[in-house]
Design a protein around this ligand. Structure first.
Ligand SMILES: C[S@@+](CC[C@H](N)C(=O)[O-])C[C@H]1O[C@@H](n2cnc3c(N)ncnc32)[C@H](O)[C@@H]1O
Length: 263
C-alpha cells in the first residue's frame, strides 16, 4: 500500500471506503468496541460522551438520524434515552455488527445501508442529525452531503458532528513525538489517499476541510453554528487510537465537534 495526496472524486471515494470499512469492521469493533460501549455515545478518542457534553440537547421523543453509524452504539444510547434513532452506514459489515449488538443488548437500532450524499428519507424527517466520526471526512462531495442533511432536517433541527480536528492535518499521523512537528500545509485540501500496490486501485480516502471551510459550508445552508467543542485530553486518559494519544492530546486538539441549528 502506498500513500499519496491527490484529487479523488465522490465515486472513487465511495468505491474505496465502502469495501475498506467492510474489511476493517471486525478489527475496528474488536479493538474499540469496549471503549465505545455497546450502547454508549463517545464523541471521539478523548473519550468524552454525549452524557458529558450534551451537544444534542434532549433527545426524548425526537426523530434522530446518525450518519456513518457503524455498529450503532451512539444511536443505541439515544434510544435508551427515549429518542427514535436510526442508523445509516455505507458498510455492510459495520451494519452486521450493529445487528449483533441489537441482539446482545436488546436495544435495536433500525439501520439502512446508504451513503451520506444520498439520504433515503423524505424532506423534514428528523429533529437531529449527527455523526460521531462518521462519514463526513470520507465524503468528497461535502456540499451534497450537507445539502442532504439540511433537507432531511426539520426547521430548527440540530446537526452535530465530530471529525478529526482540522489542525491535525498539519502533522504526520503519528501518536508519538513525531506527530507534534508540523510538516504539511493546513490549507492543503488535497485528499489523503491509500493505493493498493498490486492493483493500483484507491483503497482508502480521507478529505480535509479547514475550520473556515466548515463555517462557510454550514452558513451557506442556513445553519447557525452554536458551538465548536474541542475536547481536552483527560488527565487520567492514556489510550492510543491511531494518531490520537496522550503525548499529542495534552498539547494539540485531536477532535472538533461542530454544533449547528437549521434556521
Ligand atoms: C470511524 S467510523 C465511526 C462509526 C461510529 N460512529 C463509531 O463511533 O464507531 C466511520 C463510519 O463511517 C462510515 N462511512 C464512511 N463513508 C461513508 C459514507 N459515504 N456514507 C455513510 N457512511 C460512511 C464507515 O463505514 C464507518 O462505519
Amino acid at each position: 500500500m502506498r500513500v499519496e495526496r491527490r484529487a479523488v472524486d465522490e465515486d472513487e471515494s465511495r468505491r474505496a471506503n465502502g469495501p475498506d470499512w467492510d474489511r476493517y469492521a471486525d478489527e475496528y469493533q474488536a479493538t474499540h468496541g469496549d471503549f465505545l460501549g455497546d450502547a454508549g455515545f463517545v464523541w471521539g478518542p478523548e473519550g468524552q460522551t454525549e452524557a458529558d457534553l450534551a451537544v444534542l440537547g434532549a433527545v426524548e421523543g425526537k426523530d434522530v438520524l446518525e450518519v456513518g453509524s457503524g455498529a450503532g452504539q451512539c444511536s443505541r444510547w439515544v434510544r435508551t434515552r427515549g429518542g427514535r434513532a436510526i442508523g445509516l452506514d455505507l458498510s455492510h459489515r459495520q451494519l452486521q455488527h450493529s445487528r449483533r449488538l441489537d441482539d446482545d443488548t436488546g436495544v435495536a437500532v433500525p439501520s439502512v445501508r446508504a451513503t451520506a450524499t444520498h439520504l433515503p428519507f423524505a424532506d423534514g424527517s428528523f429533529d437531529i442529525v449527527f455523526c460521531s466520526f462518521g462519514a463526513l471526512q470520507f465524503v468528497a462531495d461535502i456540499e451534497q452531503a450537507l445539502d442532504e442533511t439540511a433537507r432531511v432536517l426539520r426547521p430548527g433541527g440540530r446537526f452535530a458532528f465530530s471529525i478529526t480536528h482540522p489542525t491535525r492535518w498539519m502533522f504526520p499521523d503519528d501518536p508519538g513525538v513525531g506527530g507534534l512537528t508540523a510538516s504539511q500545509s493546513y490549507w492543503d485540501r488535497t485528499p489523503y489517499v491509500e493505493i493498493d500496490d498490486a492493483s493500483g486501485v484507491v483503497s482508502y480516502v480521507e478529505h480535509h476541510r479547514t475550520l473556515g471551510d466548515w463555517v462557510r459550508l454550514l452558513a451557506a445552508r442556513g445553519f447557525t453554528l452554536t458551538d465548536l467543542v474541542e475536547p481536552e485530553w483527560p488527565a487520567d486518559h492514556d489510550r492510543v487510537w491511531g494518531g490520537w494519544s496522550r503525548t499529542r492530546g495534552l498539547l494539540t486538539p485531536g477532535t472538533a465537534i461542530f454544533v449547528a441549528d437549521l434556521t
